[in-house]
Write a protein that binds this ligand. Structure first.
Ligand code: FE2
Ligand code: FE2
Length: 160
């Protein structure tokens, strides 16, 4: 997991992450914290085991750490966060030892993470989409009525 820790410690990641935490500190809806990123990583790893996908843990954790880091550019500059996140992959992942092929897989999955619905055939895209949605405890959220998620996306009860 050396490369994953290098992402977390990368100065560009740290700068974006800290700015995002500051920008979202009073946010009433789901925040984009390290807890969310690690929840998504663990859910993706479970998904990969259940679907017998042989995907490296570094790619899974890299995808999870990077998938919402672009939210700060969405807040500050209006750039959709999947696009900002994909661009940040190029600034961070090669420095951490990820190959071009791995970086491209992570980038493409991030670009699709908001719209790769259940019928998406690409296992990487669907894994990230699924884990991202499943990570949220909508059933225990006070903001459920004001949330912009469609009801079928919401986790309205504990499921496994
Ligand atoms: Fe996102
Ligand atoms: Fe997310």
């Amino acid at each position: 997991m050396k490369r994953v820790n290098q992402i977390y410690r990368h100065p560009v990641f740290q700068k974006k992450y800290l700015a995002l935490q500051e920008a979202e500190k009073d946010r009433m809806f789901c925040k984009h914290t390290l807890e969310h990123f690690i929840d998504v990583a663990r859910l993706m790893y479970i998904y990969s085991l259940e679907h017998q996908l042989s995907i490296s843990k570094d790619v899974i954790y890299g995808m999870a750490l990077m998938h919402d880091i672009g939210r700060i550019d969405q807040i500050q500059k209006g750039i959709p966060h999947e696009k900002a996140g994909a661009a940040l992959c190029d600034a961070i992942l090669p420095d951490c030892g990820f190959t071009k092929e791995e970086t491209d897989i992570i980038k493409a999955s991030i670009l699709h993470h908001r719209n790769a619905a259940n019928d998406d055939k690409n296992p990487y895209y669907h894994m990230l989409y699924w884990a991202d949605k499943k990570s949220r405890n909508c059933f225990a959220c006070d903001m459920q009525d004001a949330c912009n998620w469609d009801e079928e996306k919401m986790n309205l009860k504990i499921e496994y």
